[in-house]
Design a protein around this ligand. Sequence first.
Ligand code: SAH
Length: 213
Amino acid sequence: MDKFQISRDRMVRKIREHGVRDTLVLDAMRKVPRHLFVEEALQPQAYEDRALPIAYGQTISQPYIVALMSSLLEAAPGMCVLEIGTGSGYQAAVLSAMGLKVYSVERLPQLYTNTNNLLINLRYHNIRMKLADGTEGWPESGPYDRIIVTAGGPEVPTPLVEQLSDPGLLVIPVGGRYGNQRLTVIRKNRGVTRREENEYVSFVDLVGNHAWK
Ligand code: SAH
């Protein structure tokens, strides 16, 4: 328990009212201390339902969107998940608290270093991080039961689909630059991939070989 537990419970209640009912996700979000993933000055706002700035022009996603994407993953404890876009590390921490084995890739060196230290200090030992262009995936540790991309690209990067297990599921915002993407789900089953498009969302750009340049 910390002094933000009441704020966290309220945040989870609101997410539930907005339609995400997945208890694995909600229980995880009730536990993860989101305020420790933002700058100290922003801590009082950490549990409001909006994105907040982190360093280097990036953002920590809004709680409802973290819940929605985590729930779209249809994950079960014990699965391996690859996250592209570690950022603050909050989404990775939520996936870890859901009982998943997490691999997370970040392309900005300073963010990678800061977040790596934070996750070690907070004892998230089932999260491994890599500094690289995540649109290439992380082939050595794959394939992955689940892949989640928390930045928006023009298309689904091919290496990620290749590194998805069969059966497997991938969630990514796809669309234009500077926000205005649709949460897209790719399902792989018996060699066939199917695609579904969900809510409109607004993520920072996915920048890399298989995304924006
Ligand atoms: N999941 C994060 C969201 C961070 S914003 C969180 O919970 O805070 C998206 C992040 O994706 C940024 O940190 C950005 O640097 C990173 N990113 C963008 N393109 C990337 C790429 N090709 N590979 C890895 N990370 C990338």
